[in-house]
Design a protein around this ligand. Sequence first.
Ligand code: ADE
Ligand code: ZN
Length: 325
Amino acid sequence: PLELERLRMLPKAEVHLHLEGAFEPAVLAQWAQEAGVPMPRPVEHLLDFQGLADFLHFLDWACGLASTSERLAELSHGLSKRLAASGVGYADVIVNPTHWHAWDGRLKAMLDAIDAGFSAAEREGFTPVGLCVSLLRTQSADDAVQLVNALIELAHPRVVALSIDGNEAAAGRTGPRFVEAFRRAGAAGLKRTVHAGESSGPEGVRDAIELLGADRIDHGVRAIEDPGVVRLLVERGIPLGICPTSNILLGVCPSIERHPIERLRQAGVRVSINTDDPVLLGTTLEKEYALCRSAFGWSDDVLRAVARTSIEASFAGEVVKDRLR
Ligand code: ADE
Ligand code: ZN
């Protein structure tokens, strides 16, 4: 419809989505068959996720099938093309090496393969991408520091940030465990983005800011439960990368009407709209904008302001940002 076309034209970035979320179910089914690996459930129910833990478990299975450079490059190329179709002028894409079991101990080869797909896509005029390499909430402090050391040593030109994702609820309050990893990343000039306030409460958002030095929070929606944390976000101007459909499908929020994005925005928090795992969750960025517009009655001015926040909150360089503004 016309509405979605208009939303595609809106100048915007996407700052919260995962390469792990870009698999096409039909492709996964074919790779599984070729490898003789059983499907976790029948293909017609492949994407019926039972919350975040089940979803993360599924990612381990899916990423395990991406065993060649060609498959990785095809995935990243396809994602950039998809982003361009939604009118995304720049994207920060998260990749978490712990899910990609075929690449254990081969970080450089893995990043090079992903980079090859994004570079080809960018040459073809699709969306430019910065990579945010992610730690997993449930990994050890030593493993985390080791990954960061490897990233710093590699200094891969595609990598713009350190991220952390996964299940924050599985191991209690885990901020302190990752202080050293994030400190090293920040000192080496990497940006820092932190999944918090999704499977943790507002205390996870506070820790992301005060302990991990987050430049941006992924989700952060449960900050709404603590006015002090909302105030902290406003005072520091720290943007949230919010993913409405993801929060509903993975059981963080009961419905779009009750989603905190509007209350956070009205409180003065910088919010952007994102897809998290677009293909696996069956959404597109323009659909996410349309969902918020209809649930909260957003005017064109509000939509433009939220889209503008996505550009400012992104880790794009100033040249790219200027082109989008
Ligand atoms: N990895 C991919 N999507 C995620 C999410 N929504 N939360 C935590 N880790 C993720
Ligand atoms: Zn995410």
